[in-house]
Design a protein around this ligand. Sequence first.
Ligand code: NAP
Ligand code: G4F
Length: 345
Amino acid sequence: MTSSSAGTDAPRALITGVTGQDGSYLAELLLDLGYEVFGLVRRSSSPQTDRIAHLAGRLQLLRGDLLDQSSLSAAVAESRPQEIYNLAAQSFVPTSWQEPVLTAEFTGLGVTRLLEAARQHAPKARFYQASSSEQFGATKQSPQREDTPFWPRSPYGVAKAYAHWITVNYRESYGMYACCGLLFNHESPRRGAEFVTRKISLAAARIKLGLLDRLVLGNLEARRDWGFAGDYVRAMWLMLQQDSPKDFVIATGVTHSVREFCELAFAELDLDWRAFVHTDPKLARPAEIECLVGDASRARQELGWSPTVDFAGLVRQMVRADYEHLRLKQAPPSTPFDQLALRAR
Ligand code: NAP
Ligand code: G4F
């Protein structure tokens, strides 16, 4: 672990995208490791802080936006981090066709802005960039490794490829400890509701509870290498604890189709997915990636990293969490206060 240069002994980390799925798991991990953790949040009329609400009082929040250089510089100068984790991005692939320029600004150029802030205000800070298996896209090699050529298939993938190479370039140009984690899809009960795994787990739970009668999806044959987000943030931290900076593929090495995810998710609630799942060609992508599967041998050998949750365990965890959450929301009031109030009526 990198050491602190300030008054306290605790090392300091700055996380962008702390309100997102990965940001919330990473903040938990670093706080548990004894870090002082700063999270960058952008201004919103209705802040989305559900995923980090349980960390209130432990996590320090700083205002900033990937579009705004001065706010990034101020956040780095104020937090004086030894480690910077850049997780913020416009991360939903379909939106990148609707908003390609904004995606390039957030997901691509935003990284250059943050690297500049780091170079000027914390040049010794170790820098993690959230690269993506989307960068491999339609590449001819399978499984994908660190040296597999990129062939991105969406404006998001193109923006991430730029972000990846600018991070490598700052490492080579300025000697910064900057590295990229080429992470394959990773999910959890905190996954955004529009991503396919969470869309399925939420729908299965709602159908079981009689709150929904059908689920409409796009391409059921697409295959992804799905892991658990909690495992993947551990890899991010490990990447910043090495003697020298390097890029790593993080993946389970096993690929499954959207159809298989549906089968397992509905079966978890004793439902037959075929009775409820429909497809709509409108949800198909202008350019699809049919199959992704990663080879994380380098991470296994050099970081000692391996996933702890397999595909079946991941599906079960997500479906159970959504089902229990929705079931409790539906349950009649049971606290003493509610019972008293009901009796008085
Ligand atoms: P996520 O849940 O969508 O979180 C994205 C985060 O970025 C949110 O905190 C969001 O803030 C923030 N953000 C977006 N635009 C911003 C801006 N202009 N300025 C400041 N913050 C901004 O994503 P995730 O799944 O945790 O993924 C984390 C990172 O890993 C992303 O860069 C993603 O592209 C990359 N990645 C993810 C996966 C995966 O399978 N999850 C795989 C490979 C790479 P708000 O809450 O305000 O929207
Ligand atoms: O869950 P998805 O939207 O994730 P996608 O596009 O693979 O991107 C995620 O993983 C990337 C890593 O490879 C990250 F970089 C990125 O930020 C994001 O976290 O879609 C997965 C697959 C696709 O092939 C899609 O066509 O599921 C297919 N799919 C089928 N029906 C659907 C649907 N995807 C969504 N979102 N919604 C559907 O109804």
